[in-house]
Write a protein that binds this ligand. Structure first.
Ligand SMILES: O=C(O)CCC(=O)C(=O)O
Length: 256
C-alpha cells in the first residue's frame, strides 16, 4: 500500500502544495468538517429524520437529500469543505447530486470504477466529497483510491456477479497494490476527482458503514438530462457558492 496523503491540515483553505497534490494524485484529505462528538447527534437525526422520510427521488431516500433536508444541505456546505473546493476550481459551485453510501454488515463490494464513466455531465469536470457519518475502518469497508489513476480514462466492462454496480473498471487497468485506504473518523472527509479509480470491499464487519458523498461542479458544466437516471424527474441543482450566471441546469434554492 502506498500513502500519498498530505498530513491533515487545520488551515481553512489550501496550500499550493495541496492544490498540486490534488491535481497530481486526484484526491486530497482527510480533513475534518465536523468534530466527531458533534456527529453523534447528527447521525441520530440522519437515521430518524432524514432516511425514513421520502426525499426528492421517491424511489430512493438515500439520494440527493440536500435538496429537501437542511441538515444534509448544511453538512455538505460546511465552510471546511467549501473553502477547499473554491481553492481548487473557483468561487461558483453547484451541487448536482449527493448520496448516503450505506453498507450494512455483509453489504456488497463496490467495484473499482471511475465516476465519469457513469455520468451525463459535459465537460466531465466534478469534485466529489465523501464524508464519514459512521466510523469508517478497513474492516467495515472504507473507500480505497488509486493515486494518480485519474490521469487515464479506463475502459469499463460488465461487472462480476455479486458486486454493487453493473459495470466496473477493466481489471487489466487497475494496480490494486497502489491502493490507499481512506480510513475516517465521523465528520472527516476527503475530496476526489471524476476519474479517480476507487472502490470498497464487501463489509465483512459487524458494524454499519455510512458515508455521505456530494458532487460539486462549476455552473458552466451542463447536466445532459436532469430527468433521467442517475438523476430523476424534477431533479434540481443547488447553488452552494457564488452564483450561477450560465443557467444551463435547473436549479432550486436550498431547503429552508
Ligand atoms: O461508498 C463507497 O464505498 C463508494 C463511494 C463511491 O463510489 C463514490 O462516492 O463515488
Amino acid at each position: 500500500m502506498t500513502t500519498h496523503a498530505p498530513t491533515a491540515a487545520t488551515s481553512p483553505s489550501l496550500h499550493r502544495d495541496e492544490i498540486r497534490h490534488f491535481h497530481e494524485w486526484g484526491y486530497l484529505g482527510p480533513y475534518t468538517a465536523v468534530p466527531s462528538q458533534e456527529m453523534t447527534a447528527i447521525r441520530q437525526r440522519i437515521d430518524t429524520e432524514v432516511i425514513p422520510a421520502p426525499g426528492p427521488n421517491p424511489k430512493n431516500p438515500l439520494q440527493s437529500r440536500h435538496i429537501d433536508h437542511r441538515l444534509v444541505h448544511d453538512l455538505i456546505t460546511r465552510p471546511e469543505i467549501l473553502v477547499r473546493l473554491r481553492a481548487l476550481v473557483g468561487d461558483d459551485l453547484v451541487v448536482w447530486a449527493s448520496y448516503f453510501f450505506t453498507k450494512e454488515p455483509g453489504g456488497k463490494e463496490i467495484p473499482w470504477h471511475q465516476d465519469a464513466n457513469y455520468w451525463p455531465i459535459e465537460p466531465p469536470l466534478n469534485l466529489s466529497m465523501w464524508m464519514a457519518i459512521d466510523e469508517v475502518t478497513t474492516e467495515n469497508s472504507c473507500v480505497r483510491v488509486i493515486p494518480g489513476s485519474h490521469r487515464h480514462v479506463v475502459p469499463h466492462v460488465p461487472a462480476r456477479d455479486g458486486v454493487a454496480f453493473a459495470q466496473e473498471a477493466d481489471p487489466a487497468y487497475v494496480d490494486e497494490a497502489a491502493a490507499v485506504d481512506m480510513v475516517l473518523r465521523p465528520g472527516q472527509f476527503f475530496l476526489f476527482n471524476e476519474r479517480l479509480l476507487h472502490q470498497s470491499h464487501r463489509n465483512t464487519s459487524g458494524t454499519r458503514r455510512m458515508g455521505l458523498s456530494a458532487r460539486y461542479t462549476p455552473p458552466f458544466v451542463a447536466l445532459l438530462d436532469q430527468d433521467a437516471p442517475p438523476l430523476f424527474p424534477g431533479h434540481a441543482c443547488v447553488v452552494v457558492s457564488g452564483e450561477d450566471t450560465f443557467g444551463l441546469n435547473r436549479t432550486q434554492p436550498p431547503p429552508s
